[in-house]
Design a protein around this ligand. Sequence first.
Ligand SMILES: NC(=O)C1=CN([C@@H]2O[C@H](COP(=O)(O)OP(=O)(O)OC[C@H]3O[C@@H](n4cnc5c(N)ncnc54)[C@H](OP(=O)(O)O)[C@@H]3O)[C@@H](O)[C@H]2O)[C@@H](O)CC1
Ligand SMILES: [K+]
Length: 532
Amino acid sequence: MQRVFSVSMIRAREATAVKAAGPDELMKRAARGVANAVQDVYEAGEVAALVGGGDNGGDALYAAAFLRREGVPAKVVLLSDHPHERALAAAREAGVQIYQPALNSADILPLLTPATVWIDGIVGTGAEGALKEPLASIVTTLENVRLQLPARKVVAVDVPSGLATPDGMVPGGALRADIVVTMGALKPSAVFPPACYHQSEVRLVDLGLELGPHFARVLEAADVREVVAIPSATDHKYSRGVVRLAVGSQKYPGAAVLATLGARGAGAGMIRLVTDEAARALVLAAAPEAVTVDGRVQAVAVGCGLDPQNLEDRSRIATQIFAAKVPLVVDAGAISVAAQLVHSGQAGAQQMVWTPHAGEAAEALSILDESEWTRERVEEAPIKTAMRLAGLSGAVIALKGAATLIVSPRGHVFVQAQAPAWAGTAGSGDVLAGVIAAVLAGVQARVEEEAGSLDWEELARAVAAGVWLHGVAARRAAGFEDADGQAGGVALRPGYGLEGGRPIAASDIARNLPGAFGQALQARKHSAREAL
Ligand SMILES: NC(=O)C1=CN([C@@H]2O[C@H](COP(=O)(O)OP(=O)(O)OC[C@H]3O[C@@H](n4cnc5c(N)ncnc54)[C@H](OP(=O)(O)O)[C@@H]3O)[C@@H](O)[C@H]2O)[C@@H](O)CC1
Ligand SMILES: [K+]
């Protein structure tokens, strides 16, 4: 599990740790991490460090000194008249060339264009809000130049400058980073969109900080293993979790097939299908395991392939919502119906999980918030939006995207970004709804056996586990070798710029679910072995 902390918490704990350590000790450790990342991408030519006037620039200066001593031609371009003094002296002493150009693009660019790697040490967590001029214009120009020469690599110190926002918002121009070497703990910009889309890879330098409560969590394989249901010798189809899928219509029969394949691949003990006649035949042809007799279930998914404009579909959705006594996944067209039922006080007591994409979240908020919401407004501030929607709906929200945000009405936050960009394809969401329902059914079955009830945190965590399974299945389908999106402690963000993979269809994701599930089980074996 990875934890994400607020910028203010990290800064406060850093300050304590800095006092306790020797002069610039932590800064040098941070710089070592930056220099290592540069060494990993460096091939030839020179490295240029962009250095601002705070400790972020100090990290970059020490990194340049390390690199120079290791034989890499590193130079420093100062963008402040008061750079960190000791770090500057260390760079000079190492033989790094120091330039102090006038603060405009015309003077700065000729120093930077020859370099093959740029270190972004302009500002870190000390900068609030958008970059101020003239740095803002300079960064915008640099980003345009970088886009024209994609072979150049950018290694950002701590955060891409200007993105140390509390919520992953992007307040102005930013220099996209191939690698972000972040200090002490993951910051919101590392995981929350849209800021996280400005970085391909995030590496963490451990500074041994004593951190308090986290803001968000990222599940890894071993955490998923703790959530999903693994059958024991005495288990049977009912005790493993039964799912009802109220999905698919004459208009969209394929959605029923995909949701069924999703639930089947994620280990449902049994699937009860409530669907249109035309869809039923298709589902049974693709998944003869599905039964069309209704009965007791431990989780329900409703909405995939249902049209809220169609009266019959609408009433099917409402029936499922009213009847829900077990966790209920509300997807696609059913979300706006659920929003109307919550708004009119007819629903809200049920344990619901809504799985909107940005457009559906905007629609639901327009109903619940009584103000106009657009897809763009959601995409500007996804985590704030998801938290608002969770509060208003009383449901766990899984706001889908390259990074999917899972937020409970009690403020539990998970972020999962395993899925490659290839996963954004028609029917992918139907598969996900089935997967989440299957995971929830397993968890609910366990809870029922102990005569307990699911709390919000367990519910949100189970949803995050479902999102992990779906994302990893998509990675496997798309042929990524680092199938879990982690490699050597490095969180990879394949959808955010790394090349690779291949086109996939929603049914390819479903087919790869058992493999993803197996991968989660393997993770535990490894950690158990390590513990011995
Ligand atoms: N503390 C630690 O333990 C460790 C911290 N570490 C590192 O310290 C970093 C935090 O350093 P920090 O606090 O010095 O702030 P920092 O990000 O360099 O920014 C200050 C500079 O930015 C400028 N500036 C501000 N706002 C701006 C704006 N809107 N637009 C434009 N400019 C703006 C401001 O300008 P000034 O007001 O001085 O003219 C000043 O020059 C952290 O991210 C990590 O990298 C590591 O060494 C590990 C140990
Ligand atoms: K930076």
